[in-house]
Design a protein around this ligand. Structure first.
Ligand SMILES: Nc1ncnc2c1ncn2[C@@H]1O[C@H](COP(=O)(O)OP(=O)(O)OP(=O)(O)O)[C@@H](O)[C@H]1O
Length: 230
């Protein structure tokens, strides 16, 4: 379970996130949907512990700033950050050690295979394309076997095969009762994935939908109704 309560973030005098509260229940896929600049990344980075903010964030009931909470959550940033001098495989080994993850060598092989990185595993971080970095970053977050995982605009920069694989991975995580939060401005990327959707505009959540309530209604129509077409 991911719980965000009254999250507020200013950058200097600019109010980027304004008293935002929401929850993603265990084993559900939550979406933060909104246009550029709505505040999605700021929320994700706050949950990931990268920003100072006011409000409270809990991961499976534990305050997100606690080490115990950090141990059980994974984060895929919008812009991947690589170590220039580590190979692809070493990035994953590094995460395994840092989080004392019980991921096996066979599971690492399977992850690399899924994201077509098997033959790139000895390449250095500095030699990777942006899409490859994004895939390594996804593998690193999965390698910690998180109970809650955050994806910031995860499909941007990925090729169609990797997008398909990532969607499958996300549905598998859900089946394993992992809680997932995805930020995106592209409704079509998350259509088959979501359970609960929070629509953002100018630093606020302006509405939410639950999959079971929406039924067969067209998502685009609902979204444009709520945002006034922005
Ligand atoms: N490091 C920063 N310093 C100052 N202002 C920032 C910073 N990062 C974001 N902002 C501002 O905070 C607001 C929210 O930005 P944020 O990146 O959270 O939006 P977003 O919904 O993730 O957008 P996008 O879809 O473009 O990634 C914007 O007004 C942005 O200009």
């Amino acid at each position: 379970m991911l719980e965000v309560w009254e999250l507020t973030k200013y950058y200097g005098k600019n109010l980027a996130v304004d008293r935002v509260s929401f929850q993603v229940p265990d084993g559900q896929i939550g979406i933060l949907l909104g246009p550029n600049g709505a505040g999605k990344s700021t929320i994700i980075k706050s949950i990931a512990g990268l920003l100072r903010y006011t409000g409270q964030i809990r991961i499976n009931g534990i305050l997100s700033k606690e080490l115990e909470a950090k141990r059980i959550f994974g984060y895929v940033p919008e812009i991947p950050a690589m170590f220039d001098a580590l190979t692809v495989r070493e990035h994953i080994e590094y995460m395994k050690m840092a989080y004392s993850s019980d991921i096996t060598e066979e599971e690492v092989d399977a992850l690399l295979e899924r994201f077509e990185l098997q033959d790139k595993q000895d390449k250095m971080g500095s030699e990777l394309s942006k899409g490859m970095m994004q895939k390594v970053s996804i593998c690193c977050a999965l390698a910690v076997k998180p109970r809650v995982i955050l994806f910031d605009e995860p499909m941007v920069g990925l090729d169609p095969q990797a997008i398909k694989e990532l969607k499958e991975v996300i549905l598998e995580l859900k089946r394993q009762q992992v809680t997932v939060l995805i930020s995106t401005h592209m409704l079509e990327m998350v259509e088959e994935l979501w359970d609960i959707m929070y629509v953002m505009k100018k630093g606020k959540i302006i509405g939410s939908y639950r999959k079971e309530e929406v039924g067969n209604k067209d998502l685009d129509d609902l979204f444009f109704e709520m945002t006034g077409g922005e």
